[in-house]
Design a binder for this molecule. Structure first.
Ligand code: SAH
Ligand code: SF4
Ligand code: F3S
Length: 446
């Protein structure tokens, strides 16, 4: 590649999970420190960072179609500089470099703190790949948080040691590590100073977080949440994603004790058949999962539940799929994500016998989603008539309309004289399948 001008504008496009959103924000901050500014809406950027996801085949293929779109019909001096980051970069770095000559940087999720150095090399015309995995070093090398949204993300834990047989995350994100307690309290304070009212603690297995508090005591996620709840100006705390194996008594108790901890739990189950769960290497059964949820609900009766599901795992029979539907009926989720099984290279399930036909998966997904949508709407209807606190996150479609989140993570829209970041009391008037129409009652100070 030829040496080129230093980029003046950037755009970061993040795909996949919220941890990628967090990483995308941190990369944007680093580029900002270098004087590179976000490209104005609708204009081409000089530098595009594709922050990719490898979880399912469709997600992974997106990177190549995006590269094609960015470079189509453009000579090298007109095309943007492209960096591929995220989990596809980690899993397929070499392949991207070989397949897409327009890409000048490939940087993995644990190495993106070195993006500025790579950019210097790219400007000289060199192509660079960095997929090292020194996760902790990354955070120390990132700039301080200076701006954020009212509802912010804070990555507290990275990586996964669970090795579910279908999943690429242990390979793309590496082993489980916890960021140190002190760094997290500091980052949370900075986020609040920058305007955050709500913080969602993130991790591929966030409930596996462990650390040592300022008194030198060993603490788990609940201990961290208890201390973050003392941060003035922080009104709401959430966490995601949890694994049923790491949920301890203290975390369950925290839901009953800490007002700032929102009544919402995302706890993926994946399937309702114990045979399938075992083949997936999930360490829970349908029964142990349901018992766990009962304990959470006993601690916090209005807890809204969310989950993830995979249909068509290799060998899943019709009868086993029915067990997933039965589990859904037993739980009554407030929302959930569901996916068709996608074989991922290098994972044990990809070479298992009994791969399920696409049409069968389509049919199962449709039936599962119908059940989940039914329950989501029922949950929304059950909150009709309640007045609750809403955090205003953005403007709605119509002038004077605002959109925010209820404690149960429902989207609520309403009209009134408010601003982004306000915490307001809203009466939930009419429930739709995906959101609720509300009426502003009063503003509350944060
Ligand atoms: N750490 C979280 C989430 C990981 S990825 C957890 O353990 O639950 C998010 C979701 O993607 C998973 O919960 C799973 O439902 C889905 N998923 C992961 N690998 C998949 C695959 N190969 N095919 C289809 N869905 C998959
Ligand atoms: Fe993937 Fe399982 Fe780890 Fe979740 S717990 S990230 S599904 S391997
Ligand atoms: Fe995707 Fe990586 Fe997140 S594979 S779901 S971006 S951890």
């Amino acid at each position: 590649m030829k040496p080129t001008n230093s980029p003046k504008t950037y755009r970061v496009k993040s795909f996949g999970c919220q941890m990628n959103v967090y990483d995308g924000e941190r990369m944007a901050e680093m580029l900002g420190e270098r004087g590179i500014v976000p490209a104005p809406e609708g204009e081409d950027a000089d530098l595009v960072v594709l922050n990719t996801c490898h979880i399912r085949e469709k997600a992974a293929e997106k990177v190549y179609s995006d590269i094609g779109r960015l470079t189509k019909g453009k000579t090298q001096d007109k095309a943007p500089m492209i960096a591929v980051a995220g989990c596809v970069a980690q899993a397929e770095g070499e392949e991207i470099m070989a397949r897409a000559p327009a890409v000048s940087m490939v940087v993995g999720p644990q190495a993106y703190h070195r993006l500025p150095e790579m950019l210097d090399r790219a400007v000289q015309g060199e192509r660079a790949t960095d997929t090292d995995m020194p996760a902790i070093a990354k955070f120390a090398a990132l700039p301080e948080r200076k701006r954020t949204n009212p509802a912010s993300f804070l990555t507290v834990q990275e990586g996964c040691d669970k090795f579910c047989t279908y999943c690429v995350v242990p390979y793309t994100r590496g082993a489980e590590i916890s960021r140190p307690y002190g760094d997290l309290v500091t980052e949370a304070r900075k986020l609040v100073d920058a305007g955050a009212k709500e913080i969602t603690l993130l991790g591929q297995n966030v409930s596996a977080w462990s650390g040592e508090n300022d008194k030198g005591q060993a603490v788990g996620l609940a201990g961290l949440i208890r201390d973050l709840a003392k941060v003035d100006g922080l009104a709401r705390i959430r966490y995601t994603t949890s694994h049923p194996a790491d949920m301890d008594d203290d975390l369950i108790a925290a839901h009953g004790e800490i007002d700032k901890l929102m009544p919402f739990l995302h706890l993926p189950v994946q399937a309702g058949s114990d045979r399938v769960l075992k083949a997936m290497n999930r360490s829970h059964t349908a029964e142990s999962y349901l018992r766990l949820l009962e304990r959470f609900r006993a601690a916090r009766p209005d807890l809204a539940l969310s989950g993830d599901f995979i249909v068509g795992f290799p060998g899943e029979t019709d009868a086993e799929f029915e067990e997933t539907l039965a589990l859904v009926d037993a739980v009554g989720y407030a929302q959930a994500f569901s996916f068709k099984y996608s074989p991922r290279p290098g994972t044990p399930a990809a070479s298992m016998e009994g791969q399920v036909a696409k049409e069968v998966m389509d049919d199962r997904l449709q039936r599962l989603q119908a059940a989940l949508n039914r329950d989501q709407w029922a949950f929304n209807r059950a909150t009709e008539g309640r007045t609750c606190e809403v955090l205003v996150e953005r403007k709605g479609k119509h002038p004077g309309q605002w959109l925010g989140k209820t404690p149960w993570l429902q989207s609520a829209w309403f009209e009134g004289d408010v601003g982004i970041g306000d915490l307001v009391q809203v009466e939930l008037v009419e429930a739709g399948p995906n959101s609720l129409a509300g009426r502003l009652r009063e503003r509350v100070a944060a």
